[in-house]
Design a protein. Sequence first.
Length: 161
Amino acid sequence: MGTFPIRFPSPDDPGDTGWHIDVSFGDDPDFMNWRANARSRGRCLLMLFLFSDVGEDDAPTRIRVGSHRAVARRLGPAGEDGVTLGELVADDFGGSGDRAQALATGPAGTVYLCHPFLVHAAQPHRGTRPRFMAQPPLLPADWPDGGVDPDSVIARAVRTG
């Protein structure tokens, strides 16, 4: 199921609430040097599995609505090498900082299937119960070069961006 970001109620800033996409390839120990490309090499979807009820005060993932299009436009000219997470942060993910925000809330069992370029962030937990979720990657299974099926809805959304 990938990582399990568990968040407990706290008045303190958790220190990990920066905007990001889940970059998909690289081997540098500095994660800011990992990369993403327009073909979405190594990742088909961003998935958010809620294992506890998550309301607005329970540290739901923040999502920049439509940001996947801005990121796709940023990645397109970079070709197969793509760009690093650091480069994406430096230009505010293709200038997506003014996008409206949505919250990934819902009852336990809710699953969000998101475009892999969707810009998202954690936030502090101001609720009363621990929040449990998982973020497993959906890896491409049938494309030997690690890319996304060029006829998939994911690839179409990248081209539209």
